[in-house]
Design a protein around this ligand. Sequence first.
Ligand code: PHE
Length: 457
Amino acid sequence: MGVILASAGSAVGLGNIWRFPTEVGSNGGAAFILVYLGFVIFLALPVMVCEFLMGRSSHSNTVGAWKVLAPGSPLIVAGYMGIVAGVLILSFYSVVAGWTLDYTVLSLTCQLSGSQDYASVFQSFVANPWKPIVFLVLFLLVTHWIVVRGVERGIERYSKLMMPMLLLIILVLVVYAVNMPGAEKGLAFLLHPDFSKLTPRVALSAMGQALFSLSVGIGCLTTYASYFRKETRLMSSALSVCLIDTLVAVMSGFIIFPAVFSVQGVGVDEGPGLVFITLPYVFDSAFRGMPVLGYIFSGLFYLLLMLAALTSSISMHEIATAFLTDRSTDRSATDRLQGKAYEEERRRAARIVTTVCILLGTACSLSFGPWKDYTLLGMGVFEWFDYVTAKFCMPLGALIISIFVGWMMPQREVRAQLTNWETLPVRLYGIFRFLARWVAPLGVTIVFINELLGHGA
Ligand code: PHE
């Protein structure tokens, strides 16, 4: 249970509740969701299993895993890329987590109700030169603090209670949202696919979203799996994580879109602000006439969302921290939880990671305000970080990982890991092998080539 909880804690976060609706809105709705689901099943799930087995087999962080499993191979570049991507993601992720923190405070101090113009509330907050930065730094400091306290103690305790509570609130909101007056347009947007909207760009976005949402492709889960026990069932754990994650994402779509069409001045393709502008509206109209209940629900929701973001940010932080610690002390994950000198190293490593993320995160945050006009090919710093990681690093990482596990790693070891040394049925192993060898690598390659050709056209 602990394993599923920790990995689900990494997977479920702003990727589901903020990024998923944003991408669905910008990419045309139902057709995007179908393609996304395809990528979850045929790409993200098998690669998640690959990452799990690489971590458990090598007992090592993402770069260490490549060193142990493929000594001297240039594929180690995927390990380093994962670390850089993890830091970049954490930087822009913390910006949005900072917004969530601000919304938690606004909601708990009753400043986020009474049918205001939520679009301008959001715009003026993100454009403020210092406020969002304060919240972003606060969020990163909390992440830092938990990471320094150690993985097991840190993460599991926090997710055990939170996750079911978040799911419950989301469920209540879905039930309300799909029944609200005027919900039909939103439901049609989510349920009636318009395949003419499928372009290479949409496929790339769907692939990126599937990997991002499941934390796959940058060695995050490899790092976690280095702590897994021998009895952990890798395939069924991965399946459970995918199910929970997808459920949360789809449900948040069902909260946001029925409401979007009723909010003045916001379109489905609003971008990063979509969720933050729409949600207060949902709370307002759901609990009209019941202000106390509305207060409790909205405060709790933002708080839980912030905590869900925290269990994800810890996992990103952990990629680079585990790498830097292991590199300087040259220990393997099995020894990780002991030793004073080791703890000191870990603290130092975490400090470096946090400082870099604060600096990069500040740049991302400023790109919504004072640095708004600094763009390259029409994208600001925040958008670039998002694009490079989700649409390039993660798919490339997934491609390399699946090719390695499918074609190059000794199949005896792969099979031993997946059947827990022949104590589990082998039926699923064949399916996994086919997906990892053929479907996942070809999927990424086709989308990449299409995107390149699409650009040329
Ligand atoms: N999967 C996380 C989310 O959905 C984000 C994440 C990406 C976490 C990459 C770790 C690594 O919010």
